[in-house]
Design a protein around this ligand. Sequence first.
Ligand SMILES: C[S@@+](CC[C@H](N)C(=O)[O-])C[C@H]1O[C@@H](n2cnc3c(N)ncnc32)[C@H](O)[C@@H]1O
Length: 487
Amino acid sequence: VNFFPDLTVELRDFCKSRLAISPWLIETGDRFDPAIFEILDLEAREYAASNIFEKDRIKIFGTLPIPERLFRTALYEIMSSTAVLLAHEQTGQLEVNEEHAKTAIQMVNNFIQKYDFATLLQIYGLVTSYENQNALAYYGLMPEREFLLGSWHRPWIDYNLSDELLLGVLMGNYQIVIKEGRRYVKLTDQGQENLKNTKKILKESGFLAHRLDMLHLFQFNLFDDFEKLAEELWPESMMLRRSFIDFTGIKPGMKVLELGCANGLLTFEGGLADRVGPEGRVISIDPSPAMIARAEAKRKELGIDWVEFYQGKAEELPFEDESFDAVIGFAFLHFTDCKSALEEMRRVTRYGGTIASFHPLKVNLNVPFFQEWFSPILELAAKRKEPPKDFLFHPEEVPEHFRRVGLKQVQHEEIISPAPFNQPEKVVQHYVQGLGWFQEELGELPWRARQEIIETLKKRGREVCNKFPKEELFMRWPAQRVKAQRC
Ligand SMILES: C[S@@+](CC[C@H](N)C(=O)[O-])C[C@H]1O[C@@H](n2cnc3c(N)ncnc32)[C@H](O)[C@@H]1O
């Protein structure tokens, strides 16, 4: 049996079809309403009982014994995860209704029709063994009980991992070790090798990026205090939004597309809607449904009818070519696949129209209080002998991307603004949990380790804020505004 079949195409399609495996990568603690569980569980049981054939058994397990329950479990987990993702994308909440559950079942069925059940199960096997092996590699030894319950690395499951443990041991990837009268699970050398291969496949197919994307969307969607914290922790941000609108050269009567609008801070308070005025039109999009709902509520309250909000991503703009006079966004580009986003921005801008972005740049982390406070994250990167992954741009990157997609007359300006770091809980909540700064570092850790680092950051933050004088507790945050003409 080839445990590393080339599933690149299928995995890409899996992500593109918005299917998911365990998107409860953040703590929700919630379980389904019994009626919803019933729908998903029944479907998984019935489908698994009647649709797995001898050729599938051989394709997946070869000569290994087959834990029959795995078929149902895999289907249930994919269907229920997809239902949560769907509910979340549509409503901004994690609550699944009957409609979501049924649509998720249909989505999974469509995928099976296109490929086959065995392929779906192989994808499930790859992803879950990545979660298991990654956790074992991180912890070294994991108490068998914790492994079985998934409590350190897959707390969202509602069954135990005995089948996966047995298979892992039989395949030579895991080993049971007894130490001081307790049983532990350990990754073997072969298991380490296996992890490298699994990770490579998941990375190259874009699955890990998709996983990170989901994590980010989940977190940002649940970020209720965004507006308040943004104002407190970045006091010059509103002034920067307003001067960005001047910088773009947008004029009354124009038709403007705004990307990454969140709850409408640039749209309304930042002055975009006022600048364009009732003779013009603003269309603002954001992938986060909860933020869009808040922006729409604001619009209604203000009684502004020339602004519209939609859910959407910069990389896939649902608009005709050359349909806007200007396409702009404030503090969103670093969350996107920059090249695809700019290509799309260029496509939907008319000839002679403007494309502009304001985005934060990489900040100097070599500041004593910060080094002490954020050392749990900085050490993760130091172990790899690399700078921490924080998705922020170097100053030359975005102007270069602008030129590469064929934009002309690229102008850019760099600006530094202070970011006070004297409120430890709020700093961690805003930057790490909300905006997902260092998400790539944290996203690779097992679930419990991620929670622990967040708690440690809050605790260290309190200590550091007591130790350093208040005037030293801020970062000088560089940002950049870039604009160009489509010609
Ligand atoms: C820091 S907020 C900035 C919000 C707002 N423009 C402001 O002025 O404060 C970043 C926004 O980018 C959105 N975002 C994330 N990924 C995106 C993508 N691929 N395309 C467009 N927006 C995205 C997030 O959902 C979030 O609302």
